[in-house]
Design a protein around this ligand. Structure first.
Ligand code: NDP
Length: 436
């Protein structure tokens, strides 16, 4: 059969009909069309990360560890179509994101905004005799300190970034006495910016010691990047939620009820936010960004009012449609770290076609919202297990040693018998191999 390209490069439509039914080679070909001829998708996927490259990234390397990489379809964000590369080991995530994106698309797609990419660098100052005076001295010297920080700003400065502000906070502790904490705020442009901000706080630390008469101790960025937040929102029409035969307004109501549960109860909020991070982490990893940093910032932000709550919210609008919104800190880069070393991170950025770190953060957050919506909708409707069952059965069949050809019949049997267990899958594999 001759392959008919799913995508023409001049026609950026992320609705790839029946993408999941295509072979891996066909999907790769579609992605090649999407990214254009200057990127050799097959070569990058074949090369992946070599041991030699891995050895230059971390210590004591013995090899690399592969995870599945897939593409979520249907995303439309601020009127533009995106295909989303996702790296994740959990079944259902990519399918659920694609399906959710289709429903948001029917309501006009996702809309986003974000702060300037401003990072916080912290300097801890101890042994300060008069913390109030010390804080004042620092604030009085703000412009000198900002200029000093910019001395080590490097190319970030030329790109329009650089030091933006100084904040001072004072803590009292029985163990160490008064503690002055200085925040340097710095726009790190398209970098996540850990190295730039760490360099800058180290550079101004001697001045801080002099201004406070104290001793500077830790000098390091904060992962609670709450000056670098992104927002995403979108509408799922109630009509989209009635496609399974039910009443869409009932589904909207059920989702709102589930949202309120997560807003008030930290036990539920944790799982609700895990659903958000299913989407976020998968793209953060695909693009070579630091997912521990993003996770730490997300959860600290969720607890910012003293009690852990949900990162997103779902409500009905006047027309009875579902309005979904999310806000959180998201410090990711399109340059630096593993983004420039890992060939598949480079490929992921090409597939996304983003031109700035802010755009990347906004896209990632939209994926988080889509993922979250999909999970809440499933929970508020039929429950999560039914949707998961088929993919779980497939994973069990493979874990039981089934060949690719054996998988479909084993999956069918496991589901029919309502016995989604490894032992049963192993018995079926034995039977099919003629050993049972
Ligand atoms: P890099 O230092 O690798 O890259 C950022 C640098 O790239 C900039 O400082 C700048 O350097 C250069 N650059 C080139 N083009 C641009 C552009 N358009 N915008 C901005 N900078 C540009 O990475 P990061 O500083 O972003 O650090 C990310 C890494 O730090 C991640 O791997 C993370 O895991 C790690 N890390 C994280 C920590 C944490 O989260 N707590 C702590 C420490 C490290 P130049 O001025 O020289 O051109």
């Amino acid at each position: 059969m001759t392959y008919i390209p799913l995508i023409m490069t001049n026609q950026r439509n992320s609705q790839l009909s029946k993408f999941y039914k295509r072979t891996i080679d066909e999907r790769r070909e579609a992605i090649s069309h999407w990214v254009g001829s200057d990127v050799d998708v097959n070569a990058l996927l074949a090369q992946n990360l070599t041991s030699l490259q891995a050895d230059s990234m971390v210590e004591n390397v013995i090899g690399t560890y592969a995870l599945p990489m897939g593409i979520a379809t249907n995303f439309q964000i601020n009127g533009r179509d995106y295909l989303i590369p996702m790296v994740v080991e959990e079944p259902s995530v990519i399918a659920a994101a694609s399906n959710a994106a289709k429903m948001f698309r029917a309501g006009g797609g996702f809309h986003t905004s974000s702060d300037e990419p401003v990072m916080i660098g912290q300097i801890q100052v101890l042994d300060v005799e008069n913390p109030t005076q010390a804080a004042q001295n620092i604030l009085d010297a703000k412009s000198k300190l900002l200029a000093k920080a910019d001395e080590v700003g490097g190319s970030i400065l030329k790109r329009g970034g650089g030091a933006r502000d100084i904040e001072v906070r004072v803590f009292e502790s029985t163990e160490v006495g008064a503690m002055v904490v200085v925040h340097l705020l710095m726009d790190t442009r398209d970098a996540m910016g850990a190295n730039a901000i760490n360099t800058a706080v180290e550079h101004i630390a001697p001045d801080i010691a002099q201004l406070t008469g104290g001793r500077t101790h830790l000098r390091i960025l904060s992962n609670l990047t709450d000056h670098r937040k992104a927002k995403a929102w979108g509408i799922v029409p109630a009509s989209e939620l009635s496609k399974d035969g039910g009443n869409g307004h009932d589904v909207v109501k059920a989702i709102v009820e589930a949202s309120v549960f997560a807003e008030v109860d930290p036990y539920r909020a944790t799982t609700h936010n895990k659903g958000v991070m299913n989407g976020i982490d998968a793209v953060v990893i695909a693009t070579g960004n630091d997912w521990r940093a993003v996770e730490a910032g997300a959860h600290a932000f969720a607890a910012r009012r003293g009690s852990y709550t949900s990162l997103s919210r779902f409500r009905a609008n006047d027309s009875g449609d579902l309005v979904a919104e999310i806000e959180m800190p998201l410090a990711v880069g399109t340059v630096g770290g593993a983004t420039r070393v890992h060939p598949l991170a480079q490929l992921s950025l090409k597939i996304l076609g983003v031109t700035s770190a802010r755009e990347l953060a906004e896209v990632i957050l939209s994926v988080g919202l889509a993922q979250n919506f999909a999970a809440v909708k499933a929970l508020a409707g039929e429950g999560i297990q039914r949707g998961h069952m088929r993919l779980h059965a497939k994973q069990l069949a493979l874990a039981a040693g089934a060949s690719v050809e054996m998988v479909p019949s084993i999956v069918e049997t496991l589901i029919r018998e309502n016995m989604i267990r490894l032992e049963r899958a192993q018995a079926l594999v034995k039977q099919l191999k003629g050993e049972g």
